[in-house]
Design a protein around this ligand. Structure first.
Ligand code: GLA
Length: 381
């Protein structure tokens, strides 16, 4: 009997050895069997923000990943105001048209990012030629023209718009940007009102970072409720999710998911990446200047990601996705802010010229340990 069992055991392992050797020799790749979008198919969309070259489909390896791994696309930059509408009567639709058709061809959702944001926006929107702030009417004309033309062009083709980005500070007060200084919170209501009119089929979101901070999350809900009270639609709240290996805590993230969901809004994680480098804010008196470029302490993994940190990153992604799966009835989408490490904005912020490893694919567009772990952990059993 023992002999039989042993033979069975050896036989099973021999078969699996020959099978994997055959698959290896024939160039078969296990990860093709599954993908992020398949693994989370019944739970939430998995998205990726892509840059200009990726939209132009320059590298086939990137195109394959974008197409096979993700069910939702966001333009990293090309739909921002300064790119798509740099002058009062000048629009650049060439690349944004491309991402719209790319999403359609691949049967992916497209998220419009972003209509009204104080960054990456030309000065004429909020300032007169002499530098003074424009009148409220003028601002509203500019916002109306912008949203009508941009969201109007893609009406019916966009899953959802980040209508207003980053209007609230971490303490829950309004960010005193030009929009606010001209129009108070009315600029937020105006933006949602126009977006709803122009593309009635698109979902409309408010989007911000550090939403795990309770004051900020609660303030975003208050704003969303005010939008609704005015009879204007808002469907979801976007939590950007630019996080680190040790912040925020899983509990902080969980509380924000629950609060937003219980307030009646869909939860979107819109810009997920995990910074693995030393946190500059913990360095007292740090001046975020170029001096940090050559500082080994702040840029410790120039050549490669050490196994110990790769493990930490994989564990961090696993605990985050455990939480997302636990609350998948509340979460519509999880979008990564970038496809692979080489092009991530985290290589240049908060200090320029560092080598960071925040995503699931490395700079050669190869899957990292964190990716394999996620597929193993959440793949069909
Ligand atoms: C914010 C914006 C994004 C992007 C990131 C950094 O989160 O919403 O569009 O600019 O900063 O790249």
């Amino acid at each position: 009997m023992i002999l039989h069992l042993n033979m069975l055991y050896v036989g099973k392992h021999l078969i699996s050895y020959f099978l994997s050797t055959f698959l290896f020799i024939s160039g078969f790749n296990f990860s093709e069997l599954s993908s992020l979008k398949k693994v989370f198919d019944s739970k939430f969309k998995v998205g990726v923000a892509i840059n200009k070259n990726q939209i132009k489909q320059k590298k086939s390896k990137e195109v394959d990943l974008i197409k096979n791994q993700f069910s939702s696309l966001t333009a990293e930059n090309v739909m921002k105001w300064e790119e798509i509408h740099p002058k009062k009567n000048k629009y650049n639709f060439k690349i944004s048209d491309l991402i719209v058709s790319m999403a359609q061809e691949n049967d992916q959702d497209l998220i419009g990012h972003t209509l009204v944001w104080h960054n990456q926006i030309p000065e004429w929107v909020t300032r007169n030629p002499d530098g003074s702030l424009v009148e409220k009417n003028k601002l509203f004309d500019n916002i109306t023209q912008h949203i009508s033309t941009v969201a109007g062009r893609y009406s019916g083709k966009i899953k959802g718009w980040d209508v207003v980005n980053e209007a609230i500070l971490d303490d829950g007060s309004f960010r005193k940007n030009d929009f606010y200084n001209i129009a108070g919170e009315d600029y937020i209501f105006k933006s949602f009102e126009i977006a709803q009119k122009v593309d009635p089929s698109a979902e409309l979101y408010y989007n911000d970072f550090s939403m795990y901070k309770p004051e900020k999350c609660e303030a975003a809900i208050v704003v969303a409720n005010k939008i609704k009270d005015k009879g204007i639609r808002i469907d979801g709240i976007g939590l950007q999710a630019h996080w680190g290996l040790d912040y925020p805590t899983i509990d902080e993230i969980e509380q924000s998911i629950i609060k937003i969901y219980e307030a009646g809004y869909k939860v979107h994680f819109t810009e997920l990446d995990i910074d693995v480098l030393p946190n500059l804010w913990e360095i007292e008196g740090a001046d975020l200047s170029d001096n940090f470029k050559s500082n080994d302490e702040l840029n410790p993994y120039r050549k490669h990601l050490p196994d110990s940190i790769s493990n930490l990153l994989a564990n961090r992604y696993s605990e985050i996705f455990d939480l997302f799966v636990k609350h998948s009835n509340k979460i519509e989408r999880v979008t990564f802010w970038g496809l692979s490490d080489g092009h991530s904005w985290k290589n240049d912020w908060p200090a320029k010229g560092r080598t960071n490893y925040p995503l699931l694919f490395d700079k050669e567009n190869e899957p990292k340990e964190a990716y394999h772990d996620i597929l193993r952990r959440f793949g069909k059993k």
